[in-house]
Design a protein. Structure first.
Length: 219
């Protein structure tokens, strides 16, 4: 109990990392000793991984093992913990992924970050609503509602979605059919991809007769 009190008292009154790291393990001679002041300096600048600090020490002539550095960094982390680093701002890819994903598949943190982003950009909020509405048309095969969706998109000032809607115009009947009927060309596309793969494997190696046999055997 007395030893524990002394330890707590020492930690409470320590002002530097050197004072915190006093103990049996620091009293021994180590190949790391000449580099400890540099490690303390780097640790004060911010939390770094043991691997990065090991690489920096090697550039400065350190010839010891990585495990020695890793153990010392662990002690530094326990003695001088840093506050949690600030959360990274979501990237464009993050926001795009969250918008195109079903809301039920977002965790609480992702949902909160997405809400914060959409609250700061009304145009993006409208885009997200239209994107999710279009996803419902596809998933529920409600092609008969496509015209209403197009009217809602055109009523908002969203040039990018207007371009998408314009592209649907020439093939509108086919798009409605694709959003309504249960048929799919996935199987045909799968066979086409398989044939293309065989052609790439055999390019410059065999003639058409062998390619024909491989295609028939793969069918």
């Amino acid at each position: 109990m007395g030893l524990a009190r002394n330890t707590v008292r020492r930690l409470a009154h320590s002002a530097t990392a050197d004072e915190l790291l006093i103990g049996q393990w620091t009293g021994r001679t180590s190949i790391l000793d000449p580099y400890k002041p540099y490690l303390h300096q780097r640790w004060r600048e911010g939390p770094f991984s043991a691997r990065r600090l090991f690489e920096e020490l090697c550039e400065r002539g350190y010839e010891g093992g990585k495990s020695v550095v890793k153990e010392y960094v662990r002690k530094l982390r326990e003695a001088c913990p840093h506050d949690d680093p600030p959360r990274r701002n979501p990237s464009v890819r993050d926001v795009t992924s969250w918008i195109t994903r079903h809301p039920d598949r977002l965790n609480d943190d992702q949902a909160q970050q997405l809400k914060a982003v959409l609250d700061h950009c009304p145009e993006l909020e409208q885009t997200a609503q239209h994107t999710r509405a279009f996803a419902e048309l596809m998933n529920n095969r409600q092609g008969q509602h496509l015209g209403q969706w197009i009217d809602r998109v055109q009523a908002d000032n969203l040039p990018a979605l207007h371009s998408f809607v314009s592209g649907l115009g020439p093939d509108l009947d086919a798009v409605v059919a694709g959003l309504s009927l249960p048929y799919s060309s996935g199987a045909v596309e799968g066979h086409n991809s398989k044939i293309k793969m065989l052609k790439r494997h055999m390019f410059g190696r065999a003639n058409f007769d062998l390619l024909r046999k491989r295609v028939l055997l793969a069918a």
